[in-house]
Design a protein around this ligand. Structure first.
Ligand SMILES: NC(=O)c1ccc[n+]([C@@H]2O[C@H](COP(=O)([O-])OP(=O)(O)OC[C@H]3O[C@@H](n4cnc5c(N)ncnc54)[C@H](O)[C@@H]3O)[C@@H](O)[C@H]2O)c1
Length: 254
């Protein structure tokens, strides 16, 4: 277990299930004091009770101060994990785009805004962003998700390069399919693109712990994503042509 986890005050948003619950369990197993946040109060309480953590229900954007107070005034690790899987195209309703921006990007910005003054004063703090491989690549059939996950990645990257010399550590977790409720909800596009290589949420927690140990920003629970990311950068048109083939294949399954 990672040394820095023992005794640490940790907040995990969206931890009532899926990846967030796996992260909360892993931090608690390592001896951390964990705040389990979720919009769903019952699910947050169930996970908190299971791991001896503290449940703080509510919108991830609104609970940062309450979560910090619950940890005695100091957050050592903040996991911005809550996310919405917003599918759809340019025609998705404005409310779908707005929710995706709010949860997938602005909740991270707001948390950082609240936490940074203390972290900079102390010269330490760790911000973990559960992004997605869609934040490096894309997800067919899901424009709001792809765009806002690129935003989440860009924000994590910006935080890291801006504050790393002042002791702030940032990690961006970018998995492909993970077997959670969100994956179930992705429908035929998820069946085609994500299900075949889907991993368990515990594997994401393993990857984060390894990334913390190795002090790495980019955490890829599916290592093959590194190659796709390189291919996209090296030849964008070729990469988009290949993704378009996938799009066309998906259209025949719909
Ligand atoms: N499952 C995947 O295949 C996959 C792949 C890559 C990235 N991700 C990302 O992982 C994160 C966790 O997703 P998951 O797959 O565990 O999904 P999930 O649906 O199992 O869990 C998400 C949790 O977040 C909670 N939530 C939603 N909005 C919230 C808000 N505003 N405030 C607090 N809690 C909120 C939900 O109630 C839910 O319990 C998300 O950011 C998601 O985009 C998931």
């Amino acid at each position: 277990m990672v040394e820095t986890v023992q005794g640490a005050g940790v907040v995990v948003t969206g931890a009532g299930g899926g990846i967030g619950a796996a992260l909360a369990r892993r931090f608690a197993a390592g001896g951390a004091r964990v705040v389990v946040n979720d919009l769903d109060a019952d699910r947050a309480k169930a996970v908190a009770d299971e791991i001896g953590g503290i449940a703080v229900a509510g919108d991830a954007s609104l609970i940062v101060t309450e979560a910090r107070d619950a940890l005695g005034g100091t957050v050592d690790v903040y996991c911005a994990n809550a996310g919405v899987g917003s599918g759809g195209s340019e025609a998705a309703d404005e409310s779908v785009w707005a929710l995706a921006w709010d949860v997938n990007v602005m909740a991270h910005v707001r948390a950082a805004h609240t936490l940074l003054p203390d972290w900079l004063e102390r010269g330490g703090g760790r911000f973990v962003s559960t992004v997605s491989a869609a934040g490096l690549l894309t997800m067919i059939g899901a424009a709001p998700y792809s765009v806002t996950k690129h935003g989440a990645y860009a924000f994590a990257e910006w935080l890291s390069l801006t504050y790393r010399h002042r002791g702030v550590k940032v990690h961006a977790i970018c998995p492909q399919g993970v077997r959670t409720d969100m994956l179930q909800a992705t429908g035929s596009a998820g069946d085609l693109v994500l299900q075949p290589t889907a991993i368990e949420p515990e594997a994401v927690a393993d990857a984060l712990m390894k990334g913390i140990e190795e002090d790495r920003f980019l955490i890829l629970p599916h290592p093959e994503v590194a190659g796709y990311y390189q291919a996209r950068a090296a030849d964008p048109d070729r990469w988009m042509m290949n993704m378009n083939h996938l799009q066309q294949k998906w259209e025949t399954t719909e």
